[in-house]
Design a protein around this ligand. Structure first.
Ligand SMILES: [Zn+2]
Length: 571
């Protein structure tokens, strides 16, 4: 999810308020087609390594809003139950979407019209419900929406029918919290269609492959109680979407070490093992990686070195004794030791089958300020030595977009320096078999790219960072490790977010020009080649898994006989 706590808080704030009836003021947008916008076969390989195509029923909305909004927006926190109520009642669950995707409709020629219908259904339910509740819910004082207030008194709003002008609305997918909020009521498949429609135009590249990530917050946020669409169903649905999209999108499964710890400790509610589930999702349901979210309360490794008090700030009912947690085999250990145990097992399994790991590494969006520090470079240092060879993506590169050009002109040893992005780059090694040799990073949710002035500054930061060397690094390493990421659908929060991809493309053209590259060398690495290395798309485990996945599911590709991303990788 996004890297900017400010943006995210704004989003969550709006989300809660909108559910309190401030919603719907001409924000209806176009109905996407059922046919996904195809990739351009001629443009260079382009991968978005960081997206999310979930809806609100996949998330712990209420707890999420409450835990992040309480201090800054108490009104929003109060509206949290309503946000979840609306969303879980109205947005399509994983099971209902699966039924739609399995229906005849997906095979007949008229797929486009059927998807129009599918798309408008959740909205009409939503509208109906909002209209029904409207008289009972008063707007919360002192709040405005980004696009003006709702004209409740206008005759068109009094009618039971949705105003005609919105039914016929022209394509209208613009950024802002309303749009982002709407997407959480939508089918995931439609979210993918929205995304591809938007980013397949206006740039000299098109998206060949999008990597989507699921999250598991059930234990950190809700004592193990599941979201409305349970994870097993989310995974199966995403598998189906990978098939239907013909390999245009593939999914990283989530791993929450607390779920595993609770399961082994025999906690009531802990009905299944996170590690067993992960293994199943990867080997049987098409997942191609694992996503971890350290700011929910764990360091990537080295937790046993962390003071126990760090975990005493959260009152998890199931975890009352931090010093002595049963491991299920007769032993007991501290929370830090248990975390390292289960994380270590997971990393070893990833290594054994060459499975990449993606982690949120911005120091933000945690349950508290202590947890916010858990993705810091020093903990990755601990992992690097113990699990050499592990493919890792530092999502948001430790807050890269907040660094300055000056940060990248420092010649001194990077770690521990307090510039997390730079410290993470210092952990990368040029040699793939050395510790840190397969550490990568992504540019997800860099909203500064959207403004002309900020982009000029960002360009300088990128230029400095791409040529920066930590002591001991013989050459700059980041240009072979940094990858394009959008953080869709979170990035929909930003006005002008429809330019996000095109703005990155043009910024990298400038970087190529400044480096005297006539062959778009930096661009091709950033948008494609580095993702191939990270994911193992050419000769790694992922390539093999996906080749098997396509043949097991009998996917009929066009004349190329393979998805665009595969035909664009030079063998
Ligand atoms: Zn994300």
């Amino acid at each position: 999810m996004n890297s900017f706590s400010v943006s995210r808080r704004r989003f969550l704030h709006s989300m809660a308020l909108l559910s309190g009836s401030m919603f719907l003021d001409g924000c209806l947008r176009r109905i996407p087609t059922g046919l996904l916008s195809p990739p351009d076969p001629m443009s260079h390989l382009t991968v978005d390594v960081h997206c999310h195509f979930f809806n609100g029923t996949d998330l712990q909305l209420e707890r999420f809003l409450q835990s992040t909004q309480n201090a800054s927006h108490p009104a929003a926190a109060k509206a949290a139950p309503l946000a979840q109520y609306f969303n879980w009642k109205l947005a399509p669950s994983g099971k209902s979407e699966m039924r739609k995707l399995r229906s005849e409709h997906m095979r007949v020629k008229d797929v486009q019209n059927n998807w129009k219908k599918a798309h408008s259904e959740p909205y009409s339910k939503f509208r109906h419900e909002v209209l029904k509740h409207r008289p009972a819910t008063a707007p919360i004082a002192g709040t405005t929406t980004t696009q003006g207030s709702v004209p409740w008194n206008a005759p068109e709003w009094q009618s039971k029918r949705w105003p005609k002008k919105y039914e016929d609305a022209e394509p209208h997918l613009v950024g802002g919290s309303l749009t982002a909020f709407e997407e959480y009521f939508q089918y995931r498949y439609v979210a993918l269609a929205d995304y591809l429609d938007l980013y397949n135009k206006g740039a000299s590249r098109s998206i060949d492959l999008a990597i989507t990530h699921l999250v598991d917050y059930d234990w950190p946020l809700n004592d193990g109680k599941p979201a409305r669409t349970q994870l097993h169903d989310q995974v199966k649905l995403m598998e189906r979407i990978s098939v239907l999209s013909q390999g245009r999108v593939h999914t990283f499964a989530p791993f929450d070490p607390f779920r595993e710890i609770a399961y082994r400790a025999g906690i009531r509610n802990a009905k299944w093992s996170a590690l067993d589930a992960l293994k199943q999702w990867v080997t049987r349901f098409g997942c191609i990686g694992v996503k971890i979210y350290p700011t929910m309360g764990f360091a990537p490794y080295g937790n046993s070195e962390i003071a126990l008090e760090s975990w005493s700030g959260v009152s998890w009912k199931w975890l009352d004794d931090l010093k002595s947690i049963p491991d299920g085999k007769g032993g007991h250990a501290t929370i830090g030791e248990r975390l390292d145990d289960v994380l270590g097992e997971m990393y070893n399994w990833c290594l054994s089958i060459d499975l990449p790991v993606m982690a949120h590494t911005d120091l933000s969006n945690g349950l508290n300020e202590t947890f916010d520090q858990f993705p810091a470079a020093k903990y990755w240092g601990a992992l690097r030595e113990c699990f050499t060879g592990l493919r890792v993506n530092f999502g948001h590169l430790g807050g890269f977009e907040k660094t300055s050009e000056k940060d990248w002109n420092m010649p001194s040893a990077a770690w521990p320096s307090g510039v997390n992005a730079r410290d993470l780059v210092a952990l990368m090694s040029e040699n793939p078999s050395a510790p840190g040799g397969r550490f990568f990073a992504d540019s997800a949710y860099t909203e500064n790219v959207l403004s002309d002035t900020d982009r000029a500054t960002l360009l300088d930061v990128y230029q400095a960072a791409l040529s920066w060397m930590a002591p001991g690094q013989p050459r700059p390493v980041l240009q072979n490790r940094l990858m394009y990421g959008s953080d869709w659908s979170l990035v929909m929060l930003e006005n002008d977010m429809e330019k996000y991809f095109a703005d990155f493309v043009s910024m990298f053209k400038q970087l190529d020009a400044q480096a005297g590259e006539s062959t778009e060398n930096l661009s091709n690495k950033f948008f494609g080649a580095n993702a191939v290395d990270y994911l193992g798309l050419q000769d790694g485990g992922t390539r093999k898994r996906l080749t098997d996945f396509y043949s097991d599911n009998k996917i009929a590709f066009g004349p190329q006989g393979q998805p665009a991303w595969m035909s664009k990788i030079q063998s």
